[in-house]
Design a protein around this ligand. Structure first.
Ligand SMILES: NC(=O)C1=CN([C@@H]2O[C@H](COP(=O)(O)OP(=O)(O)OC[C@H]3O[C@@H](n4cnc5c(N)ncnc54)[C@H](OP(=O)(O)O)[C@@H]3O)[C@@H](O)[C@H]2O)C=CC1
Ligand SMILES: CC(=O)C(=O)O
Ligand SMILES: [Mg+2]
Length: 591
């Protein structure tokens, strides 16, 4: 092989070589791959210089028709592109026109993924400039369907797959990733993908989607983002029987086998990427999620989006809603349907904020918060049999078996859905909320749209327009009795991009609960009077980069106060500093 390479460098023509080396119509079997028999090993050579044809195929550098005349000359692009030179703005217009032609959301998703693989900057330009329109395409709800069908829409692998097969070799696998300066990893094991359950290896759509938001909404460079799926098998029978399933066809590893693999992963991450890489756990089932978070929060920079990010975004919405419904946090009574990661995570952060505000112990403020799980209201008589994360919520009360009875018994002012089960806020439940509340706050957090506890239309009509409503997946504005109601989107996408940016720019080495409060506070104060007038408790996503910079600055400030920041000296103006660090998708000019 070496002599062949040398001949090439010395200018020997491919045609001078043994013509028998060429098969299947090819004329350049420079590396002898075609001539190798099937069981003969060959080296998969790659050309790494970004110029000419390879530059057009490289999504980090490709600009398509936006390459200027000068660039076309300088980078061997003449003839490889049609003559027209157009601007990035025109490319954007053309692509938006074409994406809008697709009627099926999954087709839009695939068009966006194809763009991301072809021209990364254009992908991010589109996403940033059209965020309200494209968020439901690259994120919830469409990403849920994409994960369900990942096996059949899968073209090129995105992200890094670490399966049980890689046990003992995870550090090597991490080193296979082409980028070196990773700042944020989003990792899932695919067991609780949105409210869609165990999608195994096909859950990869989630880390990929979350990280595109890290870049588009939070300004973290795409090359600093690494999506990872850990494949320990799946208990999804349908996938196990699917011949096109892309993951390990075995039931999920549990216990020691699971925790050893995860430990090897966490150790290798720190070894390969250092102390300051942020690992965001995403869509793990709750029987692993809480344990992973508590195990690694003291040794790594880790954050569980479903427990902590969701808590921060919901607290912000509730605090903002106080301007509409009145009273302080401690004046309200909360009832959750769903006592898992999201439910108990939110409950704990609300109780923490309340305890800071009223200077009362957490044990006291928790009493303002009630949760219902699949077995009914969580009460003290159930304590022995409850999972550990539910125990703090087992208050004194008689048994209550269902949500409607719980609503009638507790009379909450705020009703939060985090069950993953669609249409569980029935007409009776919502009417009951409206019967004893002037303005009931109703949050249907479950994703995707099919799992939402109720629709915006149901919340507004069943409360006769009294509800303040927000949901995890977006709903269109709804007209009721000649008034337009605009539902907010209570989704952790408001928090994690800015939160992560704040950790990155301050060089934080650990996540502290106060940082979640800081992020929440920064988000709540972005809601304007104009937003409130429309019934919104979150600012629109159109301003998300500004919002993310504010969140990042607040989180970073907190990291400095707590002595957890390593980027010294502390920048004077953290908002400006955060903004200056944010990735811009505008094309760079090439020399
Ligand atoms: N909007 C957002 O930003 C976010 C939304 N979510 C959404 O929240 C949902 C739940 O996520 P997560 O908390 O992680 O999931 P978990 O599996 O941890 O928790 C689900 C909870 O819902 C309960 N539950 C399930 N079915 C019913 C039912 N029919 N009636 C009453 N309770 C029920 C479960 O009860 P039991 O414990 O008895 O099994 C469990 O307590 C998902 O749909 C997810 O997409 C999650 C994170 C962020
Ligand atoms: C939004 C999110 O993280 C979830 O639904 O799991
Ligand atoms: Mg999630």
């Amino acid at each position: 092989m070496e002599s062949t390479m040398k001949d090439m460098r010395d200018g020997a023509s491919v045609l001078d070589m043994d013509p028998k080396c060429t098969v299947g119509g090819g004329v350049e079997d420079v590396y002898g791959e075609d001539s190798a028999t099937e069981d003969q090993l060959v080296t998969p050579w790659t050309i790494s210089v970004a110029s000419g044809y390879s530059m057009l195929r490289d999504p980090h550098h490709n600009k398509g028709l936006a390459f200027t005349e000068k660039e076309r000359d300088a980078h061997y692009l003449r003839g490889l592109l049609p003559p027209a030179c157009i601007t990035q703005q025109l490319q954007e217009k053309k692509l938006m026109n074409s994406i809008r032609q697709y009627q099926v959301p999954l087709q839009k998703y695939m068009a966006m993924m194809e763009l991301q693989e072809r021209n990364e900057r254009l992908f991010y330009k589109l996403l940033i400039d059209n965020v309200e329109e494209l968020l439901p395409v690259v994120y919830t709800p469409t990403v849920g369907e994409a994960c369900q069908k990942y096996g059949s829409i899968f073209r090129r692998p995105q992200g890094l797959y670490i399966s049980l097969k890689e046990k003992g070799k995870i550090l090597d696998v991490l080193r296979n990733w082409p980028e070196r300066n990773i700042q944020v990893i989003v990792v899932t094991d695919g067991e609780r993908i949105l409210g869609l359950g165990d999608l195994g290896c096909q859950g990869m759509g989630i880390p990929v989607g979350k990280l595109s938001l890290y870049t588009a909404l939070g300004g973290v460079r795409p090359s600093a983002c690494l999506p990872i799926t850990i494949d320990v098998g799946t208990n999804n029978e349908k996938l196990l029987k699917d011949e096109f399933y892309i993951g390990l066809k075995q039931r999920r590893a549990t216990g020691k086998e699971y925790s050893e693999l995860l430990h090897e992963f966490m150790t290798a991450v720190k070894q390969n990427h250092g102390e300051k890489v942020l690992v965001q756990f995403e869509d793990f089932a709750n029987h692993n999620a809480f344990e992973l978070l508590s195990k690694y929060r003291t040794t790594h920079l880790v954050f569980n989006d479903d427990i902590q990010g969701t808590a921060s975004v919901v607290l912000a919405g509730v605090v903002a809603a106080l301007k509409l419904v009145g009273g302080s946090l401690a004046d309200h009574t909360f009832l959750f349907l769903g006592a898992g990661e999201a439910g108990t995570g939110i409950a704990e952060l609300i109780a923490l904020e309340m305890s800071k505000q009223v200077k009362a112990p957490l044990e006291e403020t928790r009493k303002k918060i009630w949760l219902v799980d699949s077995k009914g209201l969580i009460v003290s008589s159930r304590k022995e049999s409850l999972q550990h994360f539910k125990k703090p919520w087992a208050h004194e009360h008689e048994s209550v078996g269902d949500l409607l009875s719980a609503v009638k018994a507790i009379k909450p002012t705020v009703l939060i859905g985090s069950s993953g089960v669609g249409r569980t806020f029935t007409k009776e439940v919502i009417e009951a909320m409206a019967s004893f509340n002037e303005k009931p706050l109703i949050m249907a957090l479950s994703n995707p749209t099919s799992q939402s506890e109720c629709t915006a239309e149901e919340a507004y009509t069943w409360t006769k327009g009294k509800a303040i409503f927000a949901s995890g997946s977006p709903f269109d504005p709804f007209e009721y009795e000649n008034k337009i109601f605009v539902p907010g989107q209570a989704n952790n996408a408001y928090i994690f991009p800015g939160f992560g940016l704040g950790l990155v720019i301050s060089g934080a080495i650990r996540v502290h609960d106060n940082m979640l409060l800081a992020a929440s506070e920064a988000l709540a104060r972005q809601v304007t009077l104009e937003n409130y007038d429309k019934g919104l408790i979150y600012p629109p996503f159109t301003n998300i980069r500004k919002i993310s910079a504010e969140i990042a600055a607040n989180v970073a400030a907190n990291a400095y106060e707590l002595g957890l920041a390593t980027r010294l000296p502390r920048p004077e103006n953290l908002v400006e500093y955060a903004e200056s660090c944010m990735y811009s998708p505008v094309y760079r000019m090439y020399r």
